[in-house]
Design a protein around this ligand. Structure first.
Ligand code: FAD
Length: 433
């Protein structure tokens, strides 16, 4: 069967759903194609969904701060009916311990963007989060290195952003966005895989699905997460990319939280670059912990995103959980791993690529590098601005489009996310972006 639409979005993760919603709001006839049988069931479903603002660049900080207002007014943003079940943003605050980022640079960016923050010394850390031991151990070492167990003779400080937190159900957030897109006329095809990018006269003309159907459209957007490089290769557009993307396997583990972690039912998000982890509260008194790619740990790059281990492994479990237990000494450590294995779509500089390509009409929102869930309320808006300008004849490569934050009114130059860029040397080169 052959269908004709204005736009095809490939992928219904949280970012694809955001793009589909914003373009549908502009009145475009959008079809979203998703190879899984549910929305948000790819890497989005495994996301820790931390909302934080410490990025290495102005654009990174400004985009995440702008997105925060979208999470705060999620139902309004979606124009959701009052009876719709919505993902919720829990504002627990986020503490960034020494060793996580370049503190001076980040806090200068906070001041420029208007992100409130507080400096915390070791005493404040202990008073505000009684279960946390602020002892300095870093830089991180492997847990089977005898140096891991050596005691500490100094304490860490940190900085705290009261507006940080997490979204309690990342897959529901993607479903919410798709529901909003559908209300604006978006057609969603689940369980259908794009196998060919159709082209005619030097521009994209649609996609072919595995079952043989075609969806014809002058605009196609690759939002396939860890499959992004494969889809770019299908389209034949990789030639001018200065920055590439590839899948990286990660694990997030879950444990019972000790009683003295945090104040109240939910403790704050903690970024612990000193030991190489991040962690946050979860419901039913759980705590989840992930890694921040410390140099001592091997990186698990994946050739084929269709075949990777979705279960937690003993090695990564021990690395992340032992590190967490150093930071929270009262943590009960079960023997058996519990958690998930999932994929990041990592760009060479851990900063996403939101851009056009050399194939006219073919766009990408990829390379989200384990740090773009939080930006779902703005990425669709950025892509809609970029696509509208390019389709009206604007040369975004030569004169990058600038988006104005709907809440903050910050000007965010979308050239920051260009595929043609040199690697952003100021990046943290890990999940911090
Ligand atoms: C373990 C983990 C923890 C994370 N923690 C955080 C965090 O705390 N904070 C944060 O901001 N970000 C975090 N992230 C990152 C964030 O979750 C991702 O950036 C975001 O979910 C990416 O969404 P997406 O829509 O681009 O990709 P995905 O959710 O992967 O969606 C892409 C979709 O494309 C589909 N697809 C692929 N190929 C095809 C095809 N040929 N045809 C049709 N469909 C196709 C896939 O099935 C998939 O559903 C984390 C990610 C992971 C994996």
């Amino acid at each position: 069967m052959r269908t004709a639409r204005d736009v095809v979005v490939i992928g219904a993760g949280v970012i694809g759903a955001s793009v589909a919603y914003e373009l549908s709001k502009l009145g475009r006839q959008v079809t979203t194609v998703e190879k899984l049988t549910d929305v948000g069931a790819g890497s989005t479903s495994a996301s820790s969904a931390v909302i934080r603002f410490h990025y290495s660049t102005f654009e990174g900080v400004a985009a995440s701060w702008e997105a925060k207002f979208g999470w705060e007014r999620w139902g309004d943003y979606l124009e959701a009916p009052s009876n719709e079940l919505l993902a919720r943003f829990h504002k627990t605050g986020c503490l960034i311990l020494d060793g996580s980022t370049d503190r001076e640079r980040t806090c200068a960016l906070f001041d420029r963007v208007g992100v409130p923050w507080e400096a915390w010394d070791a005493k404040t850390i202990q008073r505000r989060i009684p279960g946390l031991n602020p002892a300095k151990h870093g830089p991180p070492v492997a847990v089977n290195d005898p140096a891991f167990w050596v005691g500490s003779d100094s304490d860490l400080t940190g900085y705290f952003t009261p507006d940080g937190g997490f979204v309690d159900d990342p897959q529901l957030a993607a479903r919410n966005l798709i529901a909003a897109a559908k209300r604006r006329g978006c057609d969603v095809r689940l369980g259908e895989e794009v196998v060919e990018i159709l082209q005619s006269g030097g521009r994209v003309s649609g996609v072919r699905l595995a079952g043989g159907d075609t969806v014809m459209a002058p605009v196609v957007i690759n939002v396939t997460g860890p499959y992004s490089a494969k889809i770019n290769a299908l389209a034949g557009v990789l030639g001018d990319f200065g920055v590439r993307t590839r899948p990286l396997r990660q694990e997030v583990h879950s444990l019972t939280a000790p009683k003295d972690y945090g104040v109240g039912p939910l403790g704050p998000v903690i970024m612990d670059g000193d030991l190489g982890t991040y962690f946050r509260s979860h419901f039913q008194k759980q705590i989840i912990v992930g890694g921040t790619e410390p140099e001592c740990d091997p990186m698990d790059w994946v050739e084929d995103p269709n075949t990777y281990n979705i279960n937690p492994t003993q090695r990564v479990w021990e690395a992340q959980v032992y590190r967490l237990a150093r930071r929270i000494p009262s943590l009960p450590v079960p023997r058996r791993p519990r958690g998930v294995g999932a994929l990041y779509d990592v760009a060479d500089d851990w900063i996403p690529i939101y851009d056009k390509t050399s194939l006219r009409g073919f766009y990408v929102a990829i390379g989200t590098s384990g740090n773009q869930f939080k930006n779902a309320p703005v990425v669709g808006y950025f892509m809609a601005a970029l696509i509208s300008a390019c389709e009206a004849g604007h040369d975004h490569d030569a004169d990058p489009v600038v988006a104005t934050g709907r809440h903050t009114t910050h000007s965010i130059g979308l050239g920051h996310y260009s595929r043609l860029r040199q690697i952003h040397s100021e990046s943290n080169f890990n999940v911090m972006g």
